[in-house]
Each structure stands twice: as structure tokens, then as C-alpha cells.
Design a protein around this ligand. Sequence first.
Ligand code: SF4
Length: 760
Amino acid sequence: MAYMKTEQTACILCSRNCGLRVDIDTGRFARIRGNEEHPISKGYVCQKAARLDHYQNHDDRLQHPLKRQPDGSFTRVPWDEALTDIAARLLSIRERHGGDAFAFVGGGGQGNHLGGAYSRQVLAAMKSRYVYNSLGQEKTGDFWVNGRLFGSQTCHTTEDVEHADYVLFIGCNPFQSHGIPNARDTLRDIKKNPHRTMVVIDPRRTETAKMAHIHLQLRPGTDAVLISAMLAIILRNGLHDRAFLSERCTGFETLEKELLTIPIEEYVRRADIPLADVERVARGFATSHSACVRIDLGIQHTLHTTLNGYLEKLLYLLTGNFGRKGGNNLHSFLLPLLGHTDERQPRKGKPLKRTAHHRMHPIGGIYPPNILPDEVLHPGEDRLRAVFVDSSNPVVTYADSQAYERAFKSLDLLVVVDVAMTETARLAHYVLPAASQFEKWEASGFNLEFPENFFHLRHPLLEPRGDSLPEPEIYTRLLEKMGIIPTRFPLLSRFARVHRRTPLAYLGALAVALAGHRAWMPFVASIMYRTLGPTLPAGAAVASCILPLAMAYAEQHRAAVRRAGHSGNRWTLGVELFRAILDGRSGVVLSRHEFADTWSLIKTKDRRVHLAIPEMLEELRALKTEAPSGTEYPFVLMAGERRTYNANQIYRDPAWRKVDKEGVMRMHPDDAALLDMANGAHASCRSVRGEIQVIIQIDDTVRPGVVTLPHGYGMRFRDSAPLGPQINVLTSSGHCDPFSKTPFHKYVPVHIRKLDEASA
Ligand code: SF4
């Protein structure tokens, strides 16, 4: 068969963003395979990428701006009419209630972060700081700990799984969730190498656990007691790295005192793991030539989220496996996905903005979606009244779907920007159609690699559908309608045209323009898009905001950028890097660091790791007296399991799944026997928050008393009823970590009852 064209792009389903080669035949992805030229994935893909046509082409794609009518139906409206009305309503809300009445939710999924530079400007236009997104639902406990240990919440860690002799996977299943370079190949390499060891700590015998040399199948929610027992074993046996601790860390003595009081046997009993196995792993990890820890939502969405993040980092810090090959390291960022907002430190002389109801502060600049419904629904005058949702579907993906529905229905203004008619869009006053990720210039900010980091600016492969627009155009038009920026910048535009080969001259002119109009400063992305953008090759206007980021990156990591093959002096290196990004259809290596550079990425003033975090030591002490909570809900549901055919919400057409169309609930055979259930039985699953129906699959990979459900289900397609389990009908926003407010999705107490045929 002859194809119209073959293009390079990337998979947008998980944070790996593997490089792809795609054969396109009349608007459809006829064939998808790995791209060998991609600098990181080098041709690797998993089975999910092959189904991407189900994202690009399906019946719920949005093509026109829609306005909700009083009867709940939607009417197609022109862009100009929609944006004029939205702008007027936003300005009126800001005028009457102040900027704090506005919040922004989302702003990018796994592969679409470039639009975020533009969408966040609406926050500045509204004079609000309230941005809520999925990082605040999952990762902020980890960011908080990083801030205390390494001096900044932007000090994000990575793990050199490919080179470690001893790899500890805690609460993650890379075989299905990926998250590490070329996951399945990497796991196979470890498995077949007799000199390397793979350990999995997980309540389920996952696909990764089946490949591991050792699997510690702990009781759900006991990660903190198990890891702290391992730390105590390491210390009591003198297996910690004294030289590293003395040269690179502070606070060890305080920490040591606490860890030595840990009752190892009791904690190991609580985790329900044989002591000998725990000792073997602690000793193996500490005495290996190199060892690293990879964690994920399994410990970030369960009891003690933030404490878990602290303890897992102590494993590699106490053993000196940090800042070295085969250990854990820090990495650079090109796109600033998060900031640093330490609740103890005022910013620009002002305390951090806390939310009106929960008085929650941001972490990494992000507020937790878990509290958003309360911030809308509380009766105070200072409640949220307008919300913009971008590339996100909070009604299905965040805890407590019922509360989200109630909250969003009560808003004065809800605007959703998305490629498809989501459950959240159905509640919106306006739904604005965005071009798909293959119809515009796009990029992922998940370039989190070390020592070699990369960036992939993806070129559009197809024309946008109908009237849909890329987000930069949507938000720039909105700012113009709000009167925040002019519609034309004649001088700057002319300067950009005349000096199209010397962007530094343009940047100088831009700096002069901004010095004369300081109020434009927060909207520089749109100003560059309108002025520098049209001069960029191949219509890459959206990428104009990358120029200052590339310059800042080259300035900060000059030696590493040069090591990656880019050349130029102090002023031109960033420009050359920018040009390489524009030209690199398969992505470009940004920098090659040396392992010792981890110490230059640390942000503490003394460049040492600050091990003793008072709040965490207090949490650690509290574990000793923690009593198991009595409950009428005998099962623990681990919600959000990653499987062969689930992904995030961007696959809405259920036809994409080859197996597990119902999203079955896994249940141990003993439990199924007790409840008199066979494979395929219908059951009711009830939590303190809600009730859903599920289909049972008997599966001895789960512990007795534990059941699991996948994420990525529960959406409607072509006006259907929700398809598969709506797990967030069961989750409760109040059941969450006290520091980060991230919900305990992996520890949902539930009651399960067999349904007879009539009720099912
Ligand atoms: S590993 Fe992730 S990014 Fe790569 S093909 Fe699979 S889902 Fe896509």
C-alpha cells in the first residue's frame, strides 16, 4: 500500500514520549512504529502507541466552539463571539470579586506542555495564583521533601536504572507504567544479568515483580514502616556510607538517633514480610557497587505519602548512592514545569497565597486538586467563582467525582479547552476546541533525564479539524479580547522581520519594549508569538517562547550543552541550541552532564543535603503509635492500576482496547470463594463516598483482602453511559496526606457484595 507520507513525532501517552515514525494516509495513522533516530527511545515503543489513531480520529472530537444553553444543550458559536463573551465575564468577575475568585486547572497532559506557557497567562490576567493540576494530585509530597533536602522544590530526582547493580522498585510497575528509559528492555537486561539484582516492593505481584529477583509483597499502606525498618537495619549494621554523609550531608546525627529507635521486628511484622527477606534487601542495597530507587504512585497515593517520599530518598542518601553513576541524581529542566514555593518563606515580602477554605499553600507553585471542590462550594464570599479547565478532565480523574460535579455546576463561569467532549466539558458554559497534539507544534516538558537530557519539539502532522485552534492562539486571542495586550505590536514585529537572522537583536528590542510597558511582562509568551513567531521557519510561531528558555538553559548548563555538541559563545550558545531544537525532527540532546554535576544542581546554600526534616521526623515517630483503623469496609481497593490497555483519558474511544474492555476488579481466590463469586461475577463496590458496579476477575497476584481497579475508564463515548469503573465515585478528597493533600487512591477502604443477575 502506498502511504501519503511518513513523519517523525512522539507518543503522547506517558511521560516517556517515545519517538515515533508514523505513516499517514488521508488523515489517518496507518502505521506507527518506533523511531530509531530518537535520541533517547532509539526505536523503543510499547503496544499502546500503535493505537494512537483512536486519539486522533474519533467521534467525540470537538471541532467548533460551543456555548451551553439554559436547557443544557450546546450551540455552535463563532470564536469571536465566544471569546468576547468569556473575556467580558472574566473581567466582570475580577472586578466584582477580585482575582482570587478564579482558578486554572490542568494545562497539559503527558505530551502537551508547550501550550502551558500561553494558558497560564490567563492567571496573570485575572491576577490569580490558583493553579491546580495533576502534579498537585500526585507529586507535590515528593516536591515538598525535595525542597527541604536539596534546597528547592525544583530539585527533582531521577534514577539511573540502566546502570545500577541493585534496583529497588517501590510502588511502581515499570513493565506497564514505564517511566524509566525503554522500560521493558531495561527490565529484561537487569533480569538476565547475574551480577544485577531487581527488587520490587508492591502489594501486588505485578508484571515487574514477576521478573524481579525478590518481591516483598507488603500489606497495603505499610510502605513507611517497611522502608524505615530497612533504614534502621542499614544503620544498625553499620552499612551506611560514613564518608559520603560527612562530606555531602548535614543533620545525619539527628536522623540517626531517630532511626535507631525503630522497632525493626515489629515494623516488619506490620508490613507482613519475613524479617530475613527485609534484611537481605537492606543489606543487598547498601552493599552493592551501585544502587538506585525508582518509585511512583504506589507510594505517592497511599498512606504517609510525603513521609514515604522522604524515606525512599534516605535509602540512597544514607548509602551514598546519590550523585553517581547507577544511583539517583538530579536533572535539568528546559521547560519550567514547577517552581519553588516554600510555605515558610515569603515571596517578594508577602506570605504565600493560601486558599480561602482549606488555607492550603502551593507546593512547587501548584495547589492540590483534591481541595478544589471545597474552595468552590464553601459559602464564603471569597469562594472560587470561575474556573478554566485545559487538557484535563477533573470530574473523572480527581478524587470525589460527585463533589466535582456539584462544584462545577455551581460556578458563575466554567470554560473547558480540550480536543474532545469530556465529562467536565459537558458541565461547561463554553467549550473551546483545541487542535490535537498531532495538528500543532507541541512538546513535552517531561525531559527529566540525567546525565543526558533531551527535548523534542514535534512538528504538526495534520491540519486542525474544523475550527479548532492551537492553545497559543486561543489564549493570545483571549488576552487581546480582555484588553490585556494590544492586537498589534508594529515596531517589534518589524524588528523581528528585519533581524530574523539575529534573534539576539530582537530580544534586545523586546527588553526595551517591556521596560516601557512593565504590565506586559507576564504576557511575554503571547507577545513573542505575535511578533517573533511569524518570522520562524515552517510556521513554528508557537515555539518562539522556547528561545529565552534555551538561552537560560545554555547559560546555566554551558559546559553540558557544549558537551552535547552545540557550539557558540556565551551569547550565541542559547540561540544555537534553539535552532537545533527547531530543526531536530526527532528531538535533540540538550546537554551531557557529568555525574558530579548533581552537586551543582543542588540549591541549598552550602550545597549539602539537609537530612533532618523536623516535620518528617515527627511523622516517623508517630508511626510507632499508629493504630490500625477499625472499619466496616473489609477490603482495601488499590485504585488506578496500570494495565496493558489502559492509558490516561485521551483515549476516549473504547475500541482502542484489545483486552480488558470492562476494566475488571482483581480479587484473590480466597476472597472470591468467601463471597461466592466466580470469574465474571457482577459485584457492588461501596466506599464511604459512593458505590459502583464492577466485574470480578479472580487473580492470585493480589493479596487476600486487597482488590484493584484500573484507571482510564468511566468516560462516556458518543453519549453512552460511563464505560467501565468510575473509580473516583469511590474516592474521597478528605482521605489524603496532611502535607500535600494528595489523595490515597491506593488505599480506599471498600465493601464488596455479590450482585444477582437482576441487580447487575
Ligand atoms: S512507553 Fe509510554 S511513551 Fe513509549 S510507547 Fe509506551 S505509552 Fe507511549
